[in-house]
Unconditional design. Structure first.
Ligand SMILES: Cc1cc2nc3c(=O)[nH]c(=O)nc-3n(C[C@H](O)[C@H](O)[C@H](O)COP(=O)(O)O)c2cc1C
Ligand code: SF4
Ligand code: FES
Lengths: 531, 239
């Protein structure tokens, strides 16, 4: 496909839409589907056929608009009304309201900070396009960046653009994406690979799932641009098998893109070829670690191995491999469309762009949000999140998943970026954000995360395999009121040792929830000690 | 640009040493008589970096490096002993003793055990962690050998020798984390294995009494490992 043909598809799509005065968009993301939004969609379709305005109305399935707490969500266009907690019984009233007064009892305020304070790049299409239709993505400007790259830019120019954008990896460590791309581009090898990490094993995290479900082509486009930039012609999308909807949509998207010459051989009529396959993970947290993930793709047990050599030099089948997170790739098409300077203008000096967070726990508006880097935790939790329900009091926010830490009230006004989160003992991580109120004990919170790491440890290295098990035992002792001061000392010694000596990031970060709760909530541990 | 055969100079524990660019810190240290404790490492098997006993400090980095998998570099300054390293190594050995049921006095490998040697070296006279006392089995289904999971330290030497040297790949690891265990074929009884050639290499490389010859009594299981280096050397020559 050429850029002109792409434009034609977009124009045709626009035209077709102009003939339909009303659209009803039903969220078919995993959360809303769990609340039977698929049945709701059928009900709306049936209602539409029965109704006189039916012929002028189209019911579409779309991705996640973000406010999962109030699902199933329905958006009516062009009015722009958002309806919450919609049931199939409401279909009649919604269809009837088209072109008339909105259904007041279902209306969700779209002027509230939850929507107004967000800045959507990665999620720009989520909830507004049908993820199962390539034409929808193209109409939203999709694949123009890829075709521009392959027809107008050299690989080095693409990399320069990504470097200048300041984009950092969204999978956890925040490594500069452009630098990684350049390393892979420079690495010598007869073949190279591009891998997308869609394992997302953090408890409570669903950012990547949502992106893959709501806008699968965006991830593919990002990967294809990366492949062009680093000189790879094969790619793997590693997705956990617990994400069947994401897998289905990705596979569908790959087939559509291939059929339109946007993936496969001779993309954009050039010599550039890129083939992608989806690989399923069995849902082990450790398989999100890059070396374990690649072992798993190779069909081996998903155990991490020591680095160096880094994947950029020796990855899949010992060949140079670029591995990035879903959200990292999802930023790429927009960066190349809008330019590096535009992207670098968002965020803070060292953390550019936006970050998607899965906001969960004791907060009113749980769901998926995308905010500019540099926003404060207070804005996220109290403005966007709507504060703590049931009149309870904020106690801490856990960021970064099991590898992260708990941040207390005193740092709520801190700007969210990679460095400041690290400075208070947590990490950005992949974007899990769990709000904890005064009904939770921090010892229990720490125990929960250690239990998770203990059962997710691969068992290869001694500090993580046995150390996390011992930490869990000691935490249970302390939580039950039977722990002694000596047990607490042993726990702290283990934190230091497991962190310093474990082979991979799982063990190296597993103690973080304990270390941070000990740092800010030590009295909760002390008060539980026996004697 | 360094090539594998290039000779590099570095310092280990203040001593000036040289090594080839494709040598690890552990190899160069050993050539120079500098002792670094190891457990998962065994000469002629691929290094694993799993036990973490060989961790060393490298000047200029706050991180620790496993000497068995870290290649030397020009001008590197390595420290193999420090209070910090000693503390961690001792804890690793303590964690291993607390993990399963190591009762030396009744063990076939008593007196010939790498874990015991390490404990002696680190001065581990007591274990300051709760013993886990897991209920683990003994696989006595093989006609000549036995596997006592109570004594296994998951060094993966058996897995590697079986896959890399014997080429049978009977052994692997099943389960995860603290539940991980060595398994024959698809977690079958060893005696039912279709792939095992009964060569006994795994028994010889096992650092403890976990893999043993049937019929030996306490302290009688002496392990012979010199075959491994010789065999590998002969194979390399043949190539
Ligand atoms: C235990 C563990 C789990 C991880 N899980 C994920 C994951 O689910 N998704 C992800 O993108 N990165 C994960 N990572 C980070 C990856 O190893 C790797 O750094 C990342 O995929 C690189 O992509 P990025 O540079 O785009 O962030 C994990 C790391 C560790 C140590
Ligand atoms: S740190 Fe944990 S997960 Fe990583 S290699 Fe060691 S045992 Fe496996
Ligand atoms: S000997 Fe190096 S990690 Fe075990």
């Amino acid at each position: 496909m050429t850029p002109e043909e792409l434009e034609k598809i977009a124009a045709k799509e626009e035209q077709a839409r102009a003939h339909i005065p009303h659209t009803i968009d039903v969220c078919l993301g995993t959360t809303c589907m769990a609340l039977q939004s698929d049945k709701l969609k059928t009900a709306l379709e049936q209602e539409a056929t029965r109704h006189p305005v039916g012929s002028k109305c189209q019911v579409r399935g779309v991705g996640c608009p973000g406010l999962c707490a109030l699902g199933p969500l329905v958006t009516v266009k062009p009015e722009g009304d958002l309806y919450k907690q919609v049931k199939p019984e409401d279909a009649h009233d919604i269809v009837n309201s088209l072109g008339a007064e909105p259904v007041a009892r279902l209306k969700c305020d779209t002027e509230q900070p939850f929507f107004k304070r967000q800045h959507k790049i990665v999620l720009e299409n989520s909830g507004s396009i049908d993820p199962e239709r390539l034409e929808d993505y193209i109409a939203a400007g999709g694949y123009t960046a890829l075709l521009k790259c392959v027809t107008e830019m050299t690989p080095a120019e693409v990399i320069d653009e990504v470097v200048r954008s300041g984009l950092r990896g969204r999978g956890g460590a925040g490594f500069p994406a452009g630098l990684k791309w350049r390393t892979v581009a420079k690495a010598a090898g007869p073949r190279k690979f591009v891998v997308c990490n869609g394992d997302e094993g953090d408890p409570g995290a669903f950012m990547d799932r949502s992106v893959m479900e709501s806008d699968p082509h965006r991830v593919l486009e990002g990967m294809a641009i990366a492949a062009y930039a680093v000189g790879a012609s094969e790619g793997y999308l590693y997705v956990r098998a617990e994400y069947p909807l994401a897998v289905k949509r990705l596979k569908q998207a790959i087939n559509q893109a291939r059929a339109h010459g946007l993936l496969g051989a001779n993309i954009g009529g050039t010599a550039f070829t890129f083939r992608v396959e989806v690989r399923l993970g069995a849902g082990a947290f450790v398989c999100g670690e890059e070396t374990a993930l690649m072992a798993s793709i190779e069909g081996k047990r998903g155990n991490p191995r020591p680095r160096p050599p880094f994947p950029a030099e020796s990855g899949l089948w010992q060949l140079p491999t670029l591995i990035n997170n879903v959200e990292t790739y999802a930023n790429i098409p927009t960066i190349l469309r809008q330019g590096a300077d535009w992207f670098a203008g968002i965020g803070t000096s060292k953390s550019k762009g936006t970050k998607v967070f899965a906001l969960t726990g004791r907060v009113h508006n749980t769901g998926l949000i995308e905010v500019p880097m540099g926003i404060t935790l207070r804005e996220i939790i109290f403005d966007i999140g709507g504060g703590i329900p049931d009149g309870r009091v904020f106690k801490a926010v856990q960021t970064g998943g099991p590898s992260g830490g708990c941040i207390p009230e005193e740092y709520l006004d801190m700007a969210v970026d990679y460095e400041s989160l690290a400075s208070v003992g947590s990490i950005m991580g992949s974007g899990g954000m769990i709000v904890i109120d005064d009904t939770s004990s921090m010892v229990d919170v720490a125990k929960y995360f250690i239990e998770f790491c203990k059962s997710e440890s691969c068992g290869k290295c001694v500090p993580c395999r046995v150390g996390t098990a011992q930490m869990h035992t000691l935490l249970e002792l302390i939580a039950s009121g039977e722990g002694t001061r000596h047990d607490l000392e042993r726990l702290e010694a283990l934190c230091d040792m497991v962190k310093s000596t474990s082979l991979c990031g799982l063990g190296q970060n597993a103690p973080n929830p304990v270390i941070s709760t000990l740092r800010y909530f030590r009295d909760e541990y002390e008060s539980r000690l026996a004697g | 640009m360094t090539t594998p055969s290039q000779v590099l100079t570095l310092k280990i524990d203040g001593q000036d040493v040289t090594g080839r660019a494709d040598e690890t810190i552990l190899q160069v240290a050993r050539e120079n008589g500098i002792h670094i404790p190891t457990l998962c490492f065994l000469d002629s098997l691929s290094p694993l970096g799993a036990c973490r006993l060989c961790l060393v400090e490298i000047k200029g980095s706050p991180r620790l490096f496993a000497a068995c998998v870290t290649y030397i570099a020009e001008g590197m300054e390595v420290l193999t002993k420090s209070d910090r390293l000693n503390k961690y190594r001792r804890m690793i050995v303590e964690l291993l003793f607390a993990e399963r049921n190591h009762i030396c006095s009744i063990c076939v490998a008593n007196g010939h055990c790498d874990l015991q040697d390490l404990a002696r070296e680190m001065g581990v006279t007591y274990v300051d962690f709760p013993y886990r006392y897991p209920r683990l089995g003994v696989d006595a289904s093989h006609e000549r050998f036995g596997l006592d999971h109570n004594r296994c330290v998951l060094c993966m030497r058996c897995v590697r020798v079986c896959g890399e040297v014997e080429g049978a790949h009977t052994w692997d690891v099943a389960g995860r984390g603290i539940e991980a265990h060595v398994s024959a074929d698809l977690d079958f009884p060893w005696g039912d294995s279709d792939t095992c050639t009964s060569c006994g290499k795994c028994v010889q490389v096992c650092p403890t009494g976990a893999l043993f010859k049937k019929g030996v009594a306490a302290a009688e299981m002496v392990k012979h490992r010199s075959f491994l280096v010789r065999l590998t050397a002969m194979r390399e020559e043949a190539e």
